[in-house]
Design a protein around this ligand. Structure first.
Ligand SMILES: C[S@@+](CC[C@H](N)C(=O)[O-])C[C@H]1O[C@@H](n2cnc3c(N)ncnc32)[C@H](O)[C@@H]1O
Length: 167
């Protein structure tokens, strides 16, 4: 039975974007989340993938500097029955990207460090890794807006508190 993730402490208000990722991702494709925390959003994504019946690989990058938060994330994936669907990469986003070949993901969502320089780095590092969409959270923050204008310009759509850029 699919349970909802609303009881998991987090910031998951972008289900419409994740639904779009899942609807459009080809069978056998891969999706990435950067900034996982306790798993509210990536577990939500796994549940959408489950509902779709598609074979989609889900990857999550987070440095999880706090062991307790990593353990909570892992326990949440077990509780929601999606541990086998999520591949966690416990590393800073500025290092993890090196391990991913170009165009490996259909889409990626950035919800990590929202400071200007981090946004510039994450967008620069992960845009070459996606074939279709790069998106992210907290577009209301001036640092995120500025980071986007320095990298992809203003050619993105705002959906709720998130932004989405189509390649
Ligand atoms: C806002 S939380 C993510 C929330 C999650 N997407 C949700 O909806 O519940 C931000 C996460 O980004 C991670 N993070 C921040 N800077 C990072 C970096 N440079 N590399 C990897 N992870 C980072 C933090 O460890 C934290 O778990």
């Amino acid at each position: 039975m699919i349970q909802n993730t609303s009881t998991i402490d987090g910031f998951y208000d972008f289900e419409d974007i994740y639904q779009k990722f899942v609807d459009e991702c080809p069978d056998g494709g891969k999706l990435l989340e950067i900034g996982v925390f306790k798993g509210a959003s990536i577990i939500g994504l796994a549940q959408l993938v489950k509902e779709s019946g598609k074979n989609i690989e889900i990857w999550g990058v987070d440095d999880w500097q706090n062991n307790h938060i990593y353990n909570t994330f892992f326990a949440n994936t077990i509780q929601q029955g999606v541990t086998h669907m999520i591949k966690p990469v416990r590393a800073p986003s500025g290092i993890a990207y090196i391990g991913f070949p170009a165009n490996i993901f259909f889409a990626a969502f950035i919800d990590a460090d929202h400071r200007f320089s981090a946004v510039v780095e994450d967008v620069t590092h992960y845009l070459p890794k996606v074939t279709k969409y790069l998106a992210g959270h907290d577009i209301h923050l001036p640092s995120v807006k500025l980071g986007l204008s320095k990298t992809i310009g203003n050619d993105y759509e705002v959906i709720g508190k998130s932004w989405i850029y189509e390649k």
